[in-house]
Write a protein that binds this ligand. Structure first.
Ligand SMILES: [Zn+2]
Length: 591
């Protein structure tokens, strides 16, 4: 190698070094640029458009139309049991209203097969002897028809364990069965209607350290309970009982009394909407005081005759469920493919008109879209509404939408898990994601009744707290004060959260939701509070607008890893000083 060659080589080296450094630099900045914006550092200060706050507040609070939507949905359409003709009307009506208010691309999306379509046409139940009495009762959802009025002696049936089944063999033919023992009916000595006070809010804001896990216990016992339920209904069918009366369950503060009945299928076989689990004979939910009178007469060996007419109709065996979807398209060329979603579930139970559960969340989300359309906002990101169905039977509509667009969590196929209905099975992971999952900034849900918005559950997403704190500062005079790290469950934001999308449910004033309206015959228009709903729509519209307008998408929690769950729970090993080693034992003895 000559001196000159060395020099040339050195020059070449230098040039290639410079080139490769430049290459690397551009590679780094291009991966930064390709990262979804929720992964980038977030600005410390939110750029709030207070003029828009003012305009949304005026449109939402002074010129609210939320109660018009509410009356059309609850009075005009009525109860919206998934699979029913009414829920189909509600899907079509919401789609058409969203178009009429100026949304684009309003359409229905099929989330899959649900089960039987069903309608209650008329139900009455009365006592004809030893006295006459008119009772408060309605058909349990998916009850078959009695095909006209039937009359028979009443009998009380209480089955708590498998062995009890035999006691009733040969005794139930042609009888009207009061199924289950009478429960205690306490006086209503606390208000059925309550708002959160400062103490309640402080408690919500505080993170619980050790939650007692009632739900885990419920899950553990679930297959056993369902197996017993199956046996009971097989007995009633094979004995040719004529009809069944269920006592209404209670609500918070003894709200399950005074004419309120709950019809959320407690006491029925799981998934009564599936043909293969169909309830074999007419069944009604009855007011607890009416149930109590007959129950006490039977206990005292007084013969009681009941007449009932359960007039119901099945409208299809393999009905599909649909979500209503519509948009305000994004206007920023760089951000318009990104989305912020708002929604709630459109379906309800059958005995009321589904006003607070979840007509409220539905009309609030519609009003959010109306407000933003009325103000002719040009959002940077696309704003999309999703009104889900099948929520009451297991978040089917939102989960189906999320699976189709964003991703899904494979469920456990362990033998004990396979005995559970799909919505109760443990997530097994790893999570499967679709490309659109990187394009959705957040999802906002209302499904805790008619109460105004008091704050928001962060669903453990700590990074979003400083952002929402700034957003609610100008909303404190509307009562929006509280941000909590807590998870809240039981509704559709969970479908989004499960696949790593920031999904939020607001903290709402509790009102008479848990006591009287949730899943009851009293879930009707009169229970809706106009001021609260107008406030909720205004606040939600501001959250949605801010999410659509800020430079970045909302920060996310790390993606959940359900596949690591079991491993993370294993107790530490070789920990105790002085402990002797013992062979690990499995179910089959030492491994
Ligand atoms: Zn609900």
């Amino acid at each position: 190698m000559t001196q000159k060659n060395v020099f040339v080589i050195c020059i070449l080296c230098f040039i290639s070094l410079v080139l490769s450094a430049a290459d690397k630099k551009s590679a780094v900045s291009s991966t930064e640029a390709n990262k979804p914006s929720y992964q980038l550092p977030q600005p410390a200060k939110e750029n709030l458009d207070l003029t828009m706050y003012r305009r949304i507040r005026e449109e939402g609070l002074t010129y609210s139309h939320v109660m018009e939507y509410a009356s059309a949905l609850t009075d005009g359409i009525g109860p919206r049991l998934t699979g029913s003709p009414n829920v189909k009307r509600a899907n079509e009506w919401t789609r058409d209203q969203l178009t009429a208010m100026g949304c684009s691309n309003a359409h229905l999306e099929d989330w899959g097969e649900f089960g039987m379509g069903w309608q209650q046409l008329n139900t009455w139940v009365r006592m004809s002897s030893p006295d006459t009495a008119v009772f408060i009762a309605q058909a349990a959802p998916w009850s078959p028809s009695s095909n006209g009025a039937v009359s028979g002696p009443a009998i009380s049936v209480e089955i708590k364990k498998d062995e009890d089944v035999d006691k009733y063999k040969g005794r139930l033919g042609g009888k009207i069965v009061l199924l289950g023992e009478m429960r205690e009916v306490k006086p209503v000595d606390k208000p059925l209607f309550e708002r959160e006070d400062d103490k309640d809010l402080a408690k919500i804001a505080e993170h619980p350290l050790l939650e007692e896990n009632e739900y885990a216990q419920y899950l553990r016992d679930f297959p056993k309970r369902m197996a017993l339920q199956e046996k009971i209904w097989n007995l009633l069918a094979s004995e040719h009982a004529m009809g069944v009366i269920l006592p209404s369950r209670d609500g918070r503060n003894s709200g399950g009394s005074g004419g309120t009945i709950f019809d959320d299928s407690r006491g029925l076989v799981q998934a009564a909407y599936k043909r293969e689990h169909a309830t074999p004979l007419p069944v009604v939910d009855m007011a607890i005081e009416n149930y109590g009178r007959v129950y006490r007469l039977l206990k005292a060996h007084v013969p009681v005759t009941i007449e009932m007419n359960v007039d119901t109709k099945f409208t299809g065996d393999h009905e599909h469920g649909f979500d209503t979807i519509a948009e305000i398209p994004g206007a920023d060329p760089k951000l318009k493919d990104e989305v912020v979603m708002v929604g709630g579930h459109l379906d309800s139970w059958a005995s009321g008109t589904g006003a607070t559960d979840n007509g409220a969340g539905t009309v609030v989300a519609m009003e959010v879209m109306r407000i933003l359309n009325a103000l002719q906002v040009k959002p940077r990101r696309t704003i999309r509404i999703g009104l889900w169905t099948g929520e009451e039977q297991g978040l089917f509509g939102s989960a189906g939408y999320v699976k189709e667009h964003f991703g899904f969590v494979p469920l456990s196929i362990a033998p004990d898990q396979m005995k559970l209905p799909e919505w109760l099975r443990k997530p097994a992971g790893p999570i499967q994601l679709k490309a659109e999952q990187e394009k959705i900034s957040g999802y906002f849900n209302v499904d805790n009744g008619t109460g105004k918005i008091l704050g928001i559950y962060l669903q453990e997403n700590a990074a979003v707290r400083p952002i929402f704190e700034q957003w609610i500062e100008p909303l404190k005079d509307l009562g929006v004060t509280t941000i909590t790290m807590r998870d809240t469950g039981g509704t559709d934001h969970e479908s989004f959260d499960a696949v790593g999308i920031p999904g939020f449910q607001f903290i709402q004033d509790r009102m008479d939701y848990g006591s009287r309206t949730h899943h009851s015959n009293m879930d009707v228009y009169e229970r809706l509070q106009p001021g609260d709903l107008a406030q909720a729509a205004t606040v939600e519209a501001i959250f949605v607008y801010n999410t659509a307008m800020r430079d970045q998408m909302l920060p996310r929690k790390p993606l959940p890893h359900p596949e690591l769950e079991e491993q993370r729970k294993v107790p530490l090993k070789k920990l105790m000083p002085g402990a002797e080693e013992v062979p690990e034992t499995g179910a089959d003895g030492p491994k």
